[in-house]
Write a protein that binds this ligand. Structure first.
Ligand code: KG4
Ligand code: ZN
Length: 364
């Protein structure tokens, strides 16, 4: 089974060909990535310190055809070899979503190959199955530029949100901190790099911890504290910047450690006969080595494993979209030609609407 994946929901134009492996001898399905082409628009958006939706739309439009062609070429395949096309239909920036979805519809109409409109978050959520053959159910921590959520992944299409951010997403907090310290964009990797030579104890930033009943995240207080530290110590030396980054990252790590412990306990409660105990991390922030290191230790305390896909599959890519398409192929009906893009599309549609859930993009 071969699927072409297309991703254009934010600031990466991406296409990928993924093959599904799994037969009676090897019943756990997993993926073989034949090509994975990602064109990042970082340079186009860098002067603005964040993603500018109109610039993103134009960049997707001018690049997508070539990116798809390259993905097919790299894989040594023809479009007609595909069993399906999988395309991100939301959540994200409308212009980009429309570019990807219309392209997939056109390719499908011209070739008769079915297409699947995929939720970008489902792509992130299922990446651990593509890379590590993780079996359902598992606990998922999705931390990206638009999301910070814990979810129960009970099966394909069966997701329960356990916690989300009530304000900024975690990646957004990294990006805003970097912008404030004039480090550049996207901020996550730059803050992580600067933090390496900093003192994590110099600034005592707030660690908004939940009351017993509230497991949600909130990062806006942390952002304000970072701004105040930067103002109080201006002009900032390189060491000041490194110390702020290290202290900021430490506050994040402490909050994640606290929530992970609570979520694991909760998950074990609702899944008493759990055999494989896995926490899968997904989304761009999962590429942060310090965060992964702390989450690994926290999981080990409970006899759990942390599954962290490689960094290039944590950040936005089309291989995860192709894989989500492969999971749906044979399990769900293909999408109709009139399916519409959705700028807001929570994975758990029954969960209460909170600003930080089901939203991504528009980070500028
Ligand atoms: O999943 P992703 O590529 O796009 C969205 O769906 O938003 O995540 C991008 C986010 C950005 O906010 C970026 O700063 C953050 O992930 N990020 C990181 C790191 N690498 C990327 N945050 C912290 N540490 C990193 N190493
Ligand atoms: Zn993403």
């Amino acid at each position: 089974m071969l699927v072409l994946g297309i991703e254009t929901s934010c600031d990466e134009t991406a296409a990928s060909i993924v093959e599904r492996i799994g037969d009676t001898a090897n019943p756990i399905p997993h993926g073989n990535i034949l090509s994975n082409v990602v064109h990042s628009q970082i340079e186009e958006h860098a002067p603005f310190g964040g993603v500018v939706p109109e610039i993103a739309s134009r960049a997707h439009l001018s690049k997508l055809d070539f990116i798809i062609e390259k993905a097919l070429l790299d894989a040594g395949k023809d479009l007609t070899d595909m069993d399906a096309i999988a395309v991100t239909a939301g959540p994200g920036l409308m212009g980009g979503l429309m570019t990807g979805l219309m392209t997939a519809k056109a390719l499908s109409a011209a070739t008769g190959i079915p297409f699947y409109a995929i939720n970008h978050l489902e792509g992130h959520a299922l990446t651990g199955r593509l890379t590590n053959q993780v079996q359902f159910p598992y606990l998922l921590l999705l931390v990206s530029g638009g999301h910070s959520q814990f979810l129960e992944v009970n099966g394909l299409g069966d997701y329960t949100r356990l916690a989300t951010t009530i304000d900024d997403a975690l990646g957004e907090a990294f990006d805003k901190t970097a912008k404030l310290l004039s480090l550049g964009h996207p901020g996550g990797p730059l803050v992580e790099q600067a933090a390496k030579s900093g003192d994590p104890k110099r600034f005592q930033f707030p660690r908004p911890l939940p009351k017993k009943t509230d497991m949600n995240f909130s990062f806006s207080g942390l952002k304000t504290a970072v701004r105040k530290a930067a103002q109080d110590n201006a002009p900032l030396s390189n060491q000041d910047v490194a110390d702020i980054c290290a202290s900021f990252q430490q506050a994040i790590v402490d909050v994640l450690k606290n929530r992970t412990r609570k979520m694991i306990a909760k998950f074990e409660n609702t899944h008493p006969n759990l055999e494989d105990k896995n926490l899968v991390v997904a989304g761009g922030v999962a590429a942060n080595k310090r965060i992964a290191e702390v989450l690994t230790k926290t999981c080990e305390e409970f006899g759990w494993s942390l599954i962290a896909p490689p960094a290039n599959l944590c950040t936005d890519n089309a291989a995860m979209i192709a894989w989500a398409g492969l999971e749906h192929l044979g399990n769900s009906e293909p999408s109709p030609q009139n399916v519409a893009p959705r700028s807001r599309w929570p994975l758990d549609e029954t969960s209460k609407s909170i600003i930080g859930s089901g939203r991504r993009g528009a980070k500028a």
